[in-house]
Design a protein around this ligand. Structure first.
Ligand code: CTP
Ligand code: CA
Length: 227
């Protein structure tokens, strides 16, 4: 498309996107994490940047190249992700695609935990991590105008996603079915339901498509929203 005028409908808009897993240390060599390749979050950051937005991508450990034209902040834990996201505000758009570990170990061991030979494992005390999407969704002067979250569900996808939207206070939820056998995790395809309102009249079912396609479709909907 060389020589074609490039349309930048989101120029002047700031976006913050979370991506990847978080790693919560148990000891210096072990961690707790959710499964996440970061493919979807990185693709969304790239699509928003391509549409002209000023994008900060806050990402946990992934083996992906940095998307073009995006500022990338690398973190490991959920608490670091929250700090980095808050530091990126104010923003017009927030998209939380990270698979944040729900729990962290209450007290990280300073030294590698050793097996004691008894066959019994030490109890790990867990604390709940901060909810980044819910924090971003709280009403206030710094709340991004449009806050978008994901809901990865293995059953009753729409129902659970609708409840999640209400609980978190975000504007839109992109729900996807991650039941074993759907191939969503680590795969390249996603089937998405967009839930953008309190009742089913605003629901959209997007055709099964690649994660780049989902990212472009979301960018398109965001462009429409701000048009
Ligand atoms: N999320 C977040 N911070 C957390 C947990 C989740 O920002 N500590 C975001 C995710 O990035 C996603 C959305 O919240 O956009 C939903 O994540 P999910 O794990 O499906 O929801 P939870 O509220 O953690 O509920 P559960 O895992 O029990 O289904
Ligand atoms: Ca979770």
């Amino acid at each position: 498309l060389e020589g074609q005028p490039v349309s930048k409908p989101l120029s002047g808009k700031k976006a913050v996107v979370t991506s990847g897993p978080t790693y919560e240390p148990i000891d210096p060599v072990r961690y707790i994490a959710n499964r996440s390749s970061g493919k979807q979050g990185h693709a969304i950051a790239a699509a928003l940047a391509a549409a002209g937005a000023d994008v900060t991508l806050v990402s946990g450990p992934v083996s992906l190249p940095d998307p073009m034209g995006v500022k990338v902040v690398r973190i490991e834990t959920a608490r670091q992700m929250l700090d980095a996201v808050l530091a990126a505000l104010p923003a017009d758009i927030a998209v939380c695609a990270a698979a944040v570990a729900d729990w962290r170990v209450a007290e990280e061991a300073g030294q590698k935990l050793k097996k004691d030979g008894s066959g019994v494992i030490a109890d790990l005390k867990l604390s709940e991590n901060p909810d980044i999407l819910a924090t971003l969704s709280q009403k206030g002067p710094k709340r991004p105008q449009l806050v978008v979250g994901f809901a990865a569900e293995t059953e009753n996808v729409i129902e659970h996603a609708r409840a999640k939207r209400a609980r978190k206070g975000c504007d839109w939820i992109l729900a996807n079915d991650v039941a074993p056998g759907t191939g969503t995790f680590g795969g390249d395809h996603n089937e998405i339901f967009l839930i953008s309102g309190v009742d089913a009249t605003s629901d959209e079912t997007w055709p099964r498509q690649g994660k780049n396609g989902v990212a472009r479709a979301l960018a398109e909907r965001i462009i429409q929203h701000f048009a």
